[in-house]
Write a protein of this length. Structure first.
Length: 430
């Protein structure tokens, strides 16, 4: 796999566009908290091995610096004539342009700042034309499964081509407006989905596609235009910008016609006996004072990753994730969860179970005895995790079906990976 290609059966031009290397030349930026020490059993302090990036990534130093630089002039946006207000407004709107460029959006695409991916998905759900049917796989995060009034749920596909065929068949049987919703990278397994092929199928049936890119954009370049996507949503807190902002990017017409997501100041042109709402979807859906610092932080993260270049980032991630997966595979009783097999391309996420232990027990031992942070549970993807575990229960006596998830990113080190592997090995050998 090309380190910059999102796995998919894509039209040639889209594939070529995704394979264009991004210029590099700057070192990989540092994260805050890299020197954090945490207590472990016996009262010792050890360096924290943060392997929980898929839940929330730490803050990049350039992101923290951008927020710090913006604070002295922080003021209201879009409403004030004062210098601080004008400067803050300019920074906020520049953040919108930066995020648009980061994902390769079309010039006329709307960029609406939200709280997170879940908020962005719910915003779009509120704007769908009447009678829209949504097609969504049971492999999705709850944020993509739950917001829709009318939906068709598809079973987990056995291989990528089956995902394309299942979406094709489902969309062909639907009359009226339709939307296909799919993740770009699974938050459970890290596996990359064939989003270009799925977009092609959706458009062939007159449907649109929404891509949940929350787990993709911290790890891989995304080009919305080359992939011909209609909407993309992602979160700052997974993109090294944990300041409470997310974004929905995409075509304006549904968003301009939809009911304002929030009703209040900024979303209106005038209020009297009748209310005249903004036609422009950006102010229409950003009522009230927006999260200015969150938007600035999100843009700073986009700038930092773009300036670093994806080649170095992807190369280091693939080295570490290969080491982690091979290490866990060498331990008897450890099972990695995967939908499409060991060789399928993925980002830096590994979910696994340990025979004889519940996921919570494994996570607590890793934290309390080794200073390692991981996630345990169903990862807000209950149907998918149950499917992957099958009749197994992940070691949970109450049958709740859960797993352990280790995830890496900028700031992850070989020592962190090796510590996790050896900790799991020690646990199994007790």
């Amino acid at each position: 796999m090309s380190t910059l290609t999102i796995f998919s059966s894509v039209p040639a031009r889209a594939a070529e566009a995704e394979a264009v290397p991004v210029a590099t030349g700057r070192p990989i930026p540092a994260v805050l908290g890299a020197d954090l020490e945490v207590p472990v059993k016996g009262g010792r302090l050890v360096g924290y091995a943060n392997l929980d990036y898929a839940a929330s990534a730490p803050c990049l130093e350039p992101v923290s610096a951008a927020v710090t630089a913006a604070l002295p002039a922080y003021s209201s946006v879009h409403r004030g004539a004062g210098y601080a207000s004008q400067l803050t407004t300019a920074r906020y709107e520049q953040a919108r342009h930066t995020v648009r460029a980061f994902v390769g959006a079309r010039p006329d695409d709307a960029v609406i700042f939200t709280r997170n991916t879940t908020d962005a998905t719910n915003l779009l759900a509120r704007c769908l034309p009447a009678g829209t049917t949504t097609v969504v796989f049971d492999t999705e995060h709850h944020a993509s499964l739950l917001p829709w009034e009318k939906s068709v749920r598809l079973a987990p596909p056995a291989f990528p081509g089956e995902a394309v065929r299942a979406a094709d068949a489902a969309l062909a049987g639907i009359d009226g407006p339709k939307l296909l919703v799919v993740t770009a990278a699974s938050n459970v397994t890290g596996e990359l989905w064939p989003i270009a092929a799925l977009a092609h199928v959706a458009h062939r049936h007159g449907a649109r596609i929404l891509v949940d890119a929350a787990q993709l954009v911290p790890h891989r370049r995304l080009n919305l235009t080359a992939l011909d996507l209609d909407y993309v949503a992602f979160s700052g807190h997974k993109l090294y910008a944990p300041f409470g902002a997310g974004v929905l990017i995409g075509r304006r017409d549904w968003l301009a016609d939809g009911e304002p997501y929030l009703k209040g100041g900024g979303a209106v042109r005038s209020v009297g006996d009748d209310t005249e709402w903004h036609d422009d979807p950006e102010p229409r859906h950003e009522a009230g004072t927006p999260n200015v610092l969150g938007a600035i932080a999100l843009a700073a993260a986009c700038d930092a990753l773009t300036a670093t270049g994806w080649t170095a980032l992807v190369r280091e991630e693939e080295r570490l994730i290969a080491r982690l997966r091979s290490g866990l595979a060498s331990i008897e009783g450890v099972r990695e969860l995967s939908l499409w097999g060991d060789d399928h391309p993925r980002v830096g996420i590994v979910s696994f179970t340990v025979a004889g232990y519940s996921a919570r027990e494994v996570a607590e031992v890793l934290s309390g005895e080794y200073g390692i942070g991981v996630r345990d549970g169903k990862f807000c993807a209950h149907p998918f995790v149950r499917h992957l575990l099958g009749e197994a229960d992940g070691g949970c006596e109450d049958g709740t079906a859960s797993a352990v998830r280790a995830s890496i990113g900028i700031g992850s080190t070989q020592e962190h990976v090796d510590r996790l592997v050896e900790a799991v090995r020690d646990l199994v050998n007790r």
